[in-house]
Design a protein around this ligand. Structure first.
Ligand code: TYC
Length: 131
């Protein structure tokens, strides 16, 4: 929250009131969002990637299969958008799960940049919660 005092002119020659008015403006800033990205590699089996997307990103089998194919063809894809803490957890879970199954699957996160900050479009947001 930012408290911004509004200070008016104290110049006596000035037409305006010489008093100092403090008005509190409550500026609410939305927390930044982070994209979780999945990277392609030549070794992780396709079925494993589909399973990861179902398990950690709450996708249906069809959605997971489609996103897996996108990563396979394009090299990278966004698999979800979350708060910093949740994105970090997802990345760790995926890397850890892949490592435990001896697959080199890689996952990373990137700050989401907004064209216009604080533009309200909540209906366009992706879910941030755990599946
Ligand atoms: N390219 C992998 C293969 O042919 C499949 C794959 C897809 C791997 C997506 C990683 O993020 C990935 N077995």
């Amino acid at each position: 929250m930012l408290l911004q005092p509004l200070i008016m002119s104290d110049n006596p020659d000035d037409e305006s009131d010489s008093s100092v008015i403090t008005r509190t403006r409550t500026k609410t800033k939305r927390p930044p969002l982070y994209k979780v990205l999945l990277l392609n590699d030549d070794y992780t089996p396709m079925e494993f990637v589909v399973h990861v997307l179902e398990r950690f990103f709450g996708m249906t089998h069809a959605q997971a299969f489609e996103i897996m194919l996108t990563v396979h063809k394009k090299g990278i894809a966004v698999v979800g958008v979350f708060s910093h803490e949740i994105a970090e957890t997802k990345v760790m879970q995926v890397i850890d799960f892949a490592r435990r199954h001896q697959h080199p699957l890689q996952c990373t996160m990137e700050k989401e940049d907004w064209a216009a900050p604080n533009v309200a479009a909540p209906d366009l947001w992706l879910p941030r919660t755990d599946p």
